[in-house]
Ligand binder design. Structure first.
Ligand code: NAD
Ligand code: IPM
Ligand code: MN
Length: 358
């Protein structure tokens, strides 16, 4: 059966890197029997400029109808001063929420070829393979009340609410336990239970679930310590589960362990295996349009799509291997370059992956 894939390139480097990911999908379709149909839709600033809305109804409808979404990145200085609901970021948040994409899987894997590109010493990161499971449709990103106003004394004030109910925690907890079960059987839940009521509930529910997964070792860590441990001794982690905001922050930190944020893919899953696949990084306005963006994060996101939604783990393996071969050959975009390697453009890197797959 033909799978429908919606490509949403977005802003900044989004279109440049998505172009390379689409070339990868095209070669898989042409040479490896991948049965797909591609469509494209506007999102973010690009949609604001055309339709005045970061997630036009037509784009949302197309995303609902698709079997999987490939998402580039959104945002940029041109739209930073719009009111919050009209900003590009709100379009992405709404898309995640409307599609029920509650589980965000962010694997941080070090390719051995990049041991020297990591900000940490090679022996601290060699062999690194962590899975961060980030809750994506709740917590402080969506909690009510949220808003801005004035105090009685006339001072400007603003507030957000970090809120979870136990069903939301249980749902992401089960996903994380299942993932840990299929990996190293160790799950670290990251919270701030020493201070926040919402974190205490999180911890309680994780502990209750642990009884059903006695083959998985559950530990807890406060988020401040977790940030420190991630850069001190990252290999102590196997699977990590955490809330929306903490997961956002910790996954950017984890990205740097792998050499660059341009290496980190992600999958945002609903309860039925439908997914939105996107790099962890943003629209990188500082390098947009210059051929400097690393397309590997979005290409590795394609691999996650092949594995999780399209049921083509065989092709996912091929794409990941092709990334390895390209790195073996010394191809490096600027973000992962070192003294011994030469700079490759976004397009050259994508082209190398396509050649390997051919
Ligand atoms: P960013 O991830 O866009 O960039 C941070 C740094 O990493 C920059 O120096 C950038 O050049 C570099 N970088 C990012 N991706 C890269 C790649 N593929 N190759 C090489 N270098 C790369 O984060 P930011 O600067 O904080 O945010 C810029 C905009 O992106 C903001 O509008 C933000 O809201 C948005 N954003 C969007 C997403 C998303 O679409 N999912 C994620 C994060 C940030
Ligand atoms: C990410 C981004 C988004 C987030 C923003 C752009 C809404 O940082 O995907 O990591 O905070 O989730
Ligand atoms: Mn982020």
């Amino acid at each position: 059966m033909t799978s429908r894939i919606l490509v949403m390139p977005g802003d900044g480097v989004g279109p440049e890197i998505c172009r390379e990911a689409v070339r990868v999908l095209d070669v898989l379709a042409a040479d490896h029997g991948l049965d797909i149909e591609l469509d494209e839709a506007l999102v973010g600033g690009a949609a604001i400029d055309v339709e005045g809305d970061p997630l036009p109804e037509s784009s949302l409808a197309a995303a609902r109808e698709a079997d999987a979404v490939l998402f580039g990145a959104i945002g940029g200085p041109a739209w930073d001063n719009l009111e919050r609901a009209k900003r590009p970021e709100s379009g992405l948040l709404r898309l995640r929420s409307e599609l029920g994409l509650f589980a965000n899987l962010r694997p941080a894997i070090l390719y051995p070829q990049l041991a020297h590109a990591s900000a940490l010493k090679p022996d601290v990161v060699s062999g690194l393979d962590i899975m961060i499971v980030r809750e994506l449709t709740g917590g402080i990103y969506f909690g009510k009340p949220a808003g801005t106003g004035r105090t009685e004394a006339g001072l400007r004030e603003a507030w957000n609410t970090m809120r979870y109910d136990e069903a939301e925690i249980e749902r992401i907890g089960r996903t994380a336990f299942e993932i840990a079960r299929a990996r190293g059987h160790r799950l670290c839940s990251v919270d701030k239970a020493n201070v926040l009521d919402v974190s205490q509930l999180w911890r309680d529910v994780m502990n209750e679930l642990a009884g059903e997964y006695d083959d998985v070792e559950l530990t807890h860590m406060y988020v401040d310590n977790a940030a420190m441990q991630l850069v001190r001794a990252p290999k102590q982690f196997d699977t990590v589960v955490t809330t929306n905001l903490f997961g956002d922050i910790l996954s950017d930190a984890a990205a740097m362990l792998t050499g660059s944020i341009g290496m980190l893919p992600s999958a945002s899953m609903d309860a039925n295996g439908k997914g939105l696949y996107e790099p962890v990084h943003g629209s990188a306005p500082d390098i947009a349009g210059q051929g400097l963006a690393n397309p590997l994060a979005v290409i590795l996101s394609v691999a996650m799509m092949l594995r999780y939604t399209l049921d083509r783990g065989d092709l996912a393996d091929k794409v990941e291997a092709a990334v390895g071969y390209a790195l073996d050959r010394g191809l490096r975009t600027r973000d992962i370059m070192d003294d011994e390697t030469q700079i490759a453009s976004t397009q050259e890197m994508g082209g190398a992956i396509v050649d390997m797959l051919r």
